[in-house]
Design a protein around this ligand. Structure first.
Ligand SMILES: [Zn+2]
Length: 351
């Protein structure tokens, strides 16, 4: 019987990261579309899973295949949804089995009961294996020109949802945003800034780093890079997209929005840290300025398609610069160890 190489962990067990040489070939029950892996992106969630702090193997299994940021090439699709050779990425989240009101209409990103499953994270095998399968509903085709950068589709889907929900909230009244502030210039922050610039907005990005590639990447978007604190910025943003999860930055971001401003929180804080904060002043400002603060996570099908469109329109060399390391599969451990000025590390299945 054929097998694939797969990067796996035993969830909950630190240092259990291992390349399994003879992982089972993906069974047809996983989906009709058979895909050959090209690349898998690594993010903070992967670090947490590798550290044993997060993650859940599929029912009845001990090990979880990692990888939720995928890019592959279609080997066969008997459903005719995609053609052999097409670039494809897999939607991360699947609806819960109940299903809840949102999952019932395939808005799995808005699941209400938490019983959804996620490839490479929660109850479904990930994409860090040489071949995987998809059902057509969870397969997103990409422009053929995106072979070297299409692995950015998953993080782009997250910011496409953030922008989609910002714009839906904006429609509660007349809405002509001019300025967006993005806090944090990691992959999510930079991609949020990209989508802001594609909307013709004046984009400001705040980050602590004064060196490395981030300042230049922001300037290349025609955006302004800041290293001051949020209160020090001479900007009144109509939109704030918070991507750090750092408690002080989150609170400062909530206070920074212009009247009728919308603040989207995307960073997950670890919790347990308390800071002194005037909740009454924040409440007063939100009420008197009609501001909205909301959280956003994951992405639905339409957001994946919006993200594929945004990547196709973006400057290819700018996107390439976001991928600061490409690690061949045999050296997989290097991809799962954070390195200094990384923006995005990618596990490369083609070398
Ligand atoms: Zn649900």
């Amino acid at each position: 019987m054929r097998s694939v190489r797969a990067v796996t962990v035993t969830p909950g067990v630190p240092d259990s990261l291992r390349l399994v040489e003879d992982w089972p070939e993906p069974p047809p029950e996983e989906g009709a579309i058979l895909v050959e892996a090209l690349a898998v992106g690594v993010c903070g969630t992967d670090y947490e899973i590798v550290a044993g702090e997060y993650g859940e193997a599929p029912p009845g299994q001990e090990r979880l295949v990692l990888g939720h940021e995928s890019l592959g090439r279609v080997l066969e699709d008997p459903t005719g949804t995609l053609q052999t050779g097409d670039l494809v990425a897999g939607v991360v989240r699947h609806p819960d089995p109940v299903p809840c009101a949102n999952c019932a209409v395939d808005e799995w990103d808005m699941c209400r009961n938490g019983r959804y499953t996620e490839h490479g994270i929660k109850g479904l095998p990930g994409f860090a294996r040489e071949r995987w399968r998809l059902q057509p509903k969870f397969a997103v085709g990409l422009d053929p020109a995106l072979a070297s950068v299409g692995v950015l589709l998953e993080p782009t889907s997250v910011v496409a949802k953030a922008w989609d929900h910002i714009e839906r909230i904006g429609r509660r009244a007349e809405w002509k945003p001019m300025t967006v502030l993005v806090t944090g210039a990691g992959p999510i922050g930079l991609l949020a800034a990209l989508l802001g610039s594609q909307r013709g907005l004046s984009v400001h990005v705040l980050d602590r780093n004064t060196t490395g590639p981030k300042p230049e990447l922001v300037r290349a978007l025609g955006a302004t890079y800041h290293t001051a604190t949020v209160p020090e910025l001479d900007v009144k943003p109509d939109v704030v997209i918070e991507c750090t999860g750092a408690p002080t930055v989150v609170l400062d971001a909530m206070c920074k929005a212009a009247p009728t401003g919308i603040v989207c929180l995307t960073g997950v804080s670890s919790g347990g840290r308390t800071i002194n904060f005037d909740a009454g002043a924040l409440n007063r400002e939100l009420v008197l300025e009609n501001n909205v603060v909301f959280g956003s996570v994951n992405a639905g099908r339409r957001h994946w398609e919006m993200a594929a469109e945004a990547l196709a329109q973006a400057d290819r060399s700018w996107l390439t610069s976001l991928i600061t390391r490409r690690v061949p599969l045999p050296n997989y451990r290097e991809a799962y160890a954070p390195a200094g000025e990384d923006i995005k590390a990618v596990l490369d299945f083609t070398q």
